[in-house]
Design a protein around this ligand. Structure first.
Ligand code: HEC
Length: 171
């Protein structure tokens, strides 16, 4: 009886030793990305994983000439997932979940007006490409967030390219 208990205990311990890291990893991965919610997303792109450290949209430079209704001068950042999506030609198939694109909109005298972002979040809004939209101020305050009709309305023109106006970036 004693021997069985020992084996049983060992088996449980070994199992636990394997399971704990697996479970921790799984929750970590989920924690990695923010919820599709204004404050949490803003904190993510400004503090947790600051977008200023990301790559620029391939083929663009800082303060490139923009198009309406975004600023006259624009700087567009992409996170790793978005970059992979762009490089692997996923604009036709859709960008990978977790992709984030952050666009700084500047006035002609290079003053930051606001920042507009798109975040591909699984299940957030399947009717419109599952994109979460955010506008935040230079003071890092949420101005508008979520399923913003105005953004979806215009970006819907390029629905076939996952709502991305990529042509505008080609130089
Ligand atoms: C009237 C049309 C229009 C509206 C409204 C609009 N956009 Fe855009 N958006 C564009 C165009 C055109 C570009 C490409 C600009 C460029 O980089 O030259 C663009 C680019 C972007 C990009 C970079 C990715 C891409 O598609 O090229 C983001 C991010 C973005 N917009 C966010 C937003 C958000 C957030 C809103 C709503 C607050 C919004 N946009 C409203 C037309 C629009």
């Amino acid at each position: 009886m004693k021997a069985i208990n020992k084996y049983y205990l060992t088996a449980v311990l070994v199992l636990a030793l394997f399971l704990v890291p697996v479970l921790l990893l799984a929750t970590e991965e989920k924690k990695d990305m923010p919820a599709a919610e204004g404050e949490e997303f803003l904190e993510y792109i400004t503090e947790v994983n600051p977008y200023h450290e990301w790559d620029l949209w391939p083929g663009t430079e800082e303060l490139y000439e923009g198009t309406e209704p975004h600023g006259v001068l624009l700087t567009t950042y992409v996170n790793k997932k978005a970059l992979r999506g762009i490089e692997e030609g996923m604009l036709e198939e859709g960008m990978p979940y977790g992709s984030i694109i952050v666009k700084e909109n500047y006035s002609p005298d290079k003053e930051l007006i606001n920042v507009t972002s798109m975040y591909k979040k699984e299940g957030f809004n399947p009717e419109a490409g599952d994109w979460f939209w955010l506008v935040h101020t230079p003071e890092k305050e949420v101005d508008n967030a979520g399923k913003i009709g105005m953004c979806i309305g215009c970006h819907g023109q390029v629905k076939h390219r996952d709502y991305l106006f990529i042509e505008a970036h080609k130089q």
